[in-house]
Write a protein that binds this ligand. Structure first.
Ligand code: APR
Length: 232
């Protein structure tokens, strides 16, 4: 019998217990920084050095942290299911925990790209955490984070929708579902799929969601154990 397909849709909350801040929780990143000052194309035009520094700090933090039990449990699901992780996170913790298929809707902090025209075609892995002003692409344009800023297109959206349309099980973890178009992909999942939400707070989801009101490092392993104990 064909393996069932699980879609995991994750947000900043899954990386919170790894020490990476969320955005809208109290004390979240956007309480300390004004989104318009660091995460928009206008901010880049106005002050590329400040934006570069902001993402350098976040990249350093990502490189210094590790996946937590939730990331590892999701990777375990691949033993028995076809698993596609669709994440809003720009960290690489899902990959470092062993997940094979990860779609980053909002980009990847471990990559940089040209700030010139047709930049979508060329990404450069950033081993070192620090990008400097003057680090340029082959065409001579300053390198910028491979991150989707507010107001920019979400190039991976169609690919994510094509994946979630085939879901048998949808697991939503660590996202307030506040940001579109990312949050809207859930509406593309089949009505007959099983839906789970793992979050310590109340998140506004339809009644057909099975809600596990726990931190990810507790709730995800708990759910994964249930799913792996089912007969394949
Ligand atoms: N385990 C699970 N969930 C948690 C935990 C935890 N330990 N701690 C917090 N959360 C939940 C919060 O309750 C909240 O529902 O994680 C969610 C975080 O929500 P946001 O801070 O809004 O983050 P996210 O939904 O990922 O934001 C989406 O917004 O700013 C943009 O591009 C950015 O990708 C981001 C997008």
């Amino acid at each position: 019998m064909a393996k069932q397909k699980i879609i995991v849709f994750s947000g900043a909350g899954i990386s919170a217990e790894s020490g990476l801040g969320t955005f809208r929780d109290s004390g979240g990143l956007w309480e300390k920084y004004n989104i318009e000052e660091v995460a928009t194309p206008e901010a880049w035009e106005r002050d590329p050095a400040m934006v570069t520094e902001f993402y350098n700090m976040r990249r350093k933090q990502c490189y210094e942290t590790s996946p937590n039990a939730a990331h590892y449990a999701i990777a375990e699901l691949e033993k028995q299911y076809r698993v596609e992780v669709i994440t809003q996170n720009i960290d690489d913790l899902h990959e470092r925990a062993g997940s094979s298929n990860v779609i980053h809707l909002h980009g990847e902090i471990s990559k940089v790209k040209s700030s010139g025209p047709n930049a979508e075609k060329q990404y450069f892995p950033q081993e070192n955490w620090e990008v400097k002003m003057g680090d340029v692409c082959p065409e001579g344009y300053q390198l910028r984070p491979h991150v989707v800023w507010f107001g920019e297109a979400v190039p991976m959206l169609d690919r994510a929708i094509a994946q979630i349309e085939e879901a048998d099980i949808v697991i939503v973890v660590g996202t307030s579902l506040n940001v579109y178009p990312a949050a809207g992909i859930i509406s593309y999942a089949p009505s007959q799929a099983q839906y789970y939400l793992i979050d310590p707070s109340e998140v506004n989801v339809p009644l057909y969601f099975n809600v596990i009101q726990e931190n990810a490092s507790i709730g995800v392993p708990y759910l994964v154990e249930k799913l792996l104990s089912k007969k394949p």
